[in-house]
Design a protein around this ligand. Structure first.
Ligand SMILES: [Cu+2]
Length: 95
């Protein structure tokens, strides 16, 4: 199987005590399907909500379950994300 047909999946750990998102910058290659899995931790606070304003995504990390966000990779771009109160930030770069 060609590596070019492979999905790109990356994990981000969410922890309000540990300065937010680890990592807080996630890079994907344009042209391949891409997803981020947000992994909740024991210390969530308002970070239990994940907002991608540009993508119209607003999801809740309930009950310590991870959530998956699909990232469009049809063209290069940057998508910012934040917690529900817009205090913690991260960004996704498609290039
Ligand atoms: Cu917050």
């Amino acid at each position: 199987m060609s590596i070019f047909s492979k999905n790109q999946t990356k994990k981000v750990v969410v922890n309000a005590e540990n300065h937010g998102y680890k990592p807080d910058v996630i890079t994907f290659k344009a042209g391949k399907p891409a997803q981020i899995k947000f992994i909740p931790s024991d210390n969530m606070g308002c970070m239990n909500e994940i907002v991608f304003k540009d993508l119209g995504v607003d999801k809740t990390l309930d009950d310590k379950k991870e959530i998956t966000v699909d990232i469009p990779t049809d063209k290069p771009g940057t998508y910012n994300f934040a917690c529900g109160m817009d205090m913690f930030h991260g960004k996704v770069v498609v290039k």
